[in-house]
Design a protein around this ligand. Structure first.
Ligand code: F0G
Length: 408
């Protein structure tokens, strides 16, 4: 059973019944959030296996009967010494979310939101997506036997993600436009009392799953905490969720201080990073956002009102990176550390490199970079890998071993 929790507006704190299907405050239009009543009682999960559900008391699902899971979380926190040395960092860790069941961090949120959908008696779920949310929702809906509709920007979703949606049997609708257009369609659809339950990250239950990344990092680092967490930002759900997670562990007395949150966006899709850099209290949406990192090709991030305070309160910052820097970081991580991530995820490494160069991160800082999705999802980047000659071997030729050696 979870500890007591309530659903309330993030801005004006108006409370709503848990069964409310809306994702926004009826009074002020603010985003909703879950607030747990946390008291420093004995932590019950120490002996449980690592997973999202390890932290059961802090997950707002009332009845275990509705839990739909594929074993999410428990992803590796990999110390990266070679890359760290090159970037000029003594302690660099990569939290590799590509190790989740459908290959992205979305699964942490989806296991919780889908379980909530079932608990609320929903039979139809819908999301707008640049690909990973759609892949994750499709898998969890298949497992639970719910009708799943995904709305995606036409021609803008990586092939691996489309394949996932198709094989899991979701209904795909494409909009001619970008993610922001798809999001508008989903919001309009769910407002029309069609019985569709919205599964994007403005659904506060999703973020309750995603916050467990912070718990896991605390647990994996033992008594230490990172000085900074660096991650890619699209809609801003993940960075806000992780910030919330660290806050809850602080209230519990497990974390003494919270890390600086550093959000990274692609140069031409950077409404949040632009607002942070210009010290503005509101974002200005980007029309026609562009980047090779299709997962974060978002001009009008729906969670911006949660992101800006998270970055500000944490003493963090935001960074922008070019497509070239993203691709280089992707290759660096793969070729120097054996970790293959999709371009959006590599943005965190590219952003870290820049922060380090600009002195915004110290050599001695303990840094965790969150890589959000698996590299196999987006095979299109093969075109950008510098060409390496491939050789044909003929074992019948006497000099075949010499030829092989010469090619190394
Ligand atoms: N990294 C990856 C691989 C993503 O797929 C996303 C978001 C993000 C980072 C950004 O996370 O939105 O919480 O700030 N993908 C969404 C989707 C938009 O539809 O799959 P965020």
């Amino acid at each position: 059973m979870p500890w007591p929790y309530r659903l309330q507006c993030f801005e004006c704190h108006t409370q709503y019944p848990i069964r409310t299907a809306n994702c926004r405050c009826e009074k002020c239009g603010g985003l909703l959030e879950i607030v747990f009543q946390i008291s420093k009682r004995r932590i019950p999960w120490k002996k449980r296996d690592p997973s999202v559900w390890r932290y059961r008391e802090l997950i707002p699902i009332d009845n275990d009967r509705f839990i739909t899971t594929l074993a999410e979380g428990a992803t590796g926190l990999h110390q990266c010494q070679r890359l760290g040395r090159e970037i000029g960092l003594k302690r660099l860790y990569v939290k590799n979310e590509g190790e989740n069941p459908t290959g992205s961090f979305k699964d942490r949120g989806m296991t919780v939101a889908l379980s909530k959908a079932r608990e609320l008696g929903k039979r139809r779920v819908v999301c707008a997506s640049t690909g990973n949310t759609a892949a994750s929702l499709s898998a969890y809906s298949a497992r639970a036997g719910l009708t799943c509709v995904v709305i995606v920007p036409e021609g803008k979703v990586a092939a691996g993600k489309m394949l996932q949606v198709m094989i899991h049997g979701a209904r795909i609708f494409q909009v001619s436009g970008d993610f922001d257009e798809a999001m508008r369609v989903v919001v309009a659809l769910t407002e029309q009392r069609t019985g569709f339950y919205l599964m994007n990250s403005i659904n506060p239950f999703r973020l309750e799953g995603q916050k467990t990344l912070a718990y896991e990092v605390c647990d994996q680092l033992g008594n230490q905490l990172p000085d900074a967490v660096v991650l890619p930002v699209g809609n801003g759900g993940n960075i806000s969720a992780i910030w919330k997670g660290f806050g809850e562990f602080q209230t519990l007395g497990i974390a003494k201080v919270r890390p600086r949150m550093i959000g990274v966006q692609a140069e031409r899709a950077a409404p949040i990073a632009n607002a942070v850099k210009r010290k503005q209290s509101k974002i200005r949406p980007v029309t026609n956002p562009q980047t090779i990192a299709s997962a974060i090709r978002i001009g009008s991030p729906v969670n911006w009102t949660k992101v800006l305070p998270a970055i500000r309160e944490s003493g963090g910052t935001a960074e922008t990176v070019s497509d070239k820097e993203i691709l280089e970081a992707q290759r660096d991580l793969a070729s120097k550390e054996g970790i293959f991530v999709e371009p959006a995820s590599a943005a965190s490494i590219a952003g870290l490199r820049k922060c380090r160069e600009e002195g915004r991160i110290d050599r001695t800082d303990l840094v965790v970079c969150v890589t959000t999705g698996h590299g196999l999802k987006d095979p299109s980047i093969a075109d950008h890998i510098p060409h390496r000659e491939s050789y044909t071997l003929k074992i019948t030729r006497p000099d075949w071993i010499e030829r092989l050696e010469r090619a190394l």
